[in-house]
Write a protein that binds this ligand. Structure first.
Ligand SMILES: Nc1ncnc2c1ncn2[C@@H]1O[C@H](COP(=O)(O)OP(=O)(O)OP(=O)(O)O)[C@@H](O)[C@H]1O
Ligand SMILES: [Mg+2]
Length: 367
């Protein structure tokens, strides 16, 4: 079912009379039926607060929440039709894993419910643990039981808060795919909270990047990568992050600033007419590590490190005191301390306003 948040804000009262904590600011977000949306952001950016307001465990300070065509922000949690897997699992200690998972189905489950519980437990790899109590499970097993309990439920909306945060990377990678397949197969609508961009990438149809309670950008992963809305998204989404170099715009190109903030003599970058820069404007040039060219180009740098990671090389190069990172799928024959030529195709340039961080233009090439 569709979920629509309109200008939702959350302020927690400050402790001991201090200033209130503004956890979520004017968040507007629409999730389509059958869609998986990831809320992605660093710790404390307001992800859990947002989910808890949708689930009804936390009141909104202002704004409206509409689910399946009905305003729900004033309804008690049980009347919202929302299933949630919590960050802290919240299993019932006296119940077995099986009873915990089946709990949300109530008495309506019957034979079909039992089958669904068994299927989801199998999928999440906890079938052998069904008769144990939560206290006899590891953290990762408890987490999977909590996730199973949410996934078996029939609900308008499934909210998953860091549902695999406790699992080791390999299991996590397997379960990402399985949980996504299950959500799609059952036609569920889901909001997934994660601070792992690989998880958001693998599971979500669209990603909402949040920072300090504010939505920075909402779109498919490819849009965040190819056309980041601002410098925050550009340097947050993508691994390793986008290189960002302050510059001053001049007709046809940029004069780049070294680490001391001064315009570095001779460090220039041409820009195509399609990437307009305000003449004299303070901007930031962005270039993805995979697009920085090594061994060719007008820039001169010194190799600071050169690591082969088995399938790609990560090379750090210092140019006018600034460290730039390049990723290459072939080994780079350059030793630490050597001089190296580098540069970029103007079609790979991204341009941001230095003051606001807002994107001004993106080169034509898409990843
Ligand atoms: N009950 C509360 N009372 C006061 N402040 C709170 C409360 N719950 C959360 N906060 C604050 O609100 C902000 C957002 O918290 P939230 O739990 O939504 O972050 P998050 O994005 O889920 O982070 P994490 O990735 O660490 O789980 C934080 O600054 C947090 O300290
Ligand atoms: Mg959280």
């Amino acid at each position: 079912m569709s979920l629509d948040l309109q200008a939702v804000s959350k302020a927690y009262p400050g402790r001991r009379g201090g200033a209130p904590v503004q956890a979520v600011r004017e968040l507007s977000l629409a999730v389509e039926p059958g869609e998986i949306v990831a809320l992605l952001g660093s710790s404390g950016c307001g992800k859990t607060s947002t989910l808890r307001m949708v689930a009804g465990f936390e009141a909104v300070s202002s704004g409206s929440i509409t689910l399946a065509g009905k305003r729900i922000e004033a309804l008690p949690p049980a009347r919202r039709g929302v299933a949630m897997a919590f960050e802290g699992y919240a299993l019932y200690p006296p119940l077995t894993v099986r009873e915990n998972i089946a709990f949300g189905l109530g008495n309506r489950g019957g034979e079909a419910g039992r089958r669904r519980v068994a299927e989801v437990a199998e999928l999440l790899g906890i079938a052998p643990l069904m008769d144990r109590k939560p206290a006899a499970l590891s953290g990762g097993e408890q987490q999977r039981a909590g996730l199973a309990r949410a996934l078996v439920r029939d609900a308008h909306l499934h909210l998953l808060d860091e549902p695999m945060g406790q699992l080791e990377p390999q299991l996590r990678a397997v379960l990402r795919g399985r949980v996504k397949a299950l959500v799609k197969q059952r036609g569920l609508t889901a909001v997934l909270v994660t601070h792992d961009q690989a998880e958001a990438h693998a599971m979500a149809d669209r990603i909402a990047v949040m920072e300090a309670g504010e939505l920075q950008q909402f779109g498919p992963a490819a849009a965040l990568r190819d056309a980041p809305a601002n410098l925050f998204v550009a340097t947050f989404f993508g691994e390793p992050p986008m290189n960002a170099v302050p510059a001053i715009a001049e007709p046809g190109g940029l004069r780049l600033r070294g680490a001391d903030g001064e315009v570095a003599p001779g460090w220039r970058q041409d820009l195509p007419a399609a990437v307009p820069a305000p003449a004299g404007g303070e901007v930031v040039l962005g270039v993805r590590p995979g697009r920085l060219r090594l061994g060719e180009g007008p820039w001169r740098g010194i190799v600071v490190s050169n690591q082969w990671l088995g399938d790609q090389a990560h090379v750090a190069v210092e140019v006018c005191g600034r460290l730039l990172v390049a990723v290459s799928l072939a080994r780079v024959p350059a030793r630490v301390g050597e001089a190296i030529a580098l540069g970029l195709d103007p079609a790979d340039a991204h341009l941001f306003d230095a003051g606001s961080g807002r994107a001004l233009a993106h080169g034509a090439r898409r990843a």
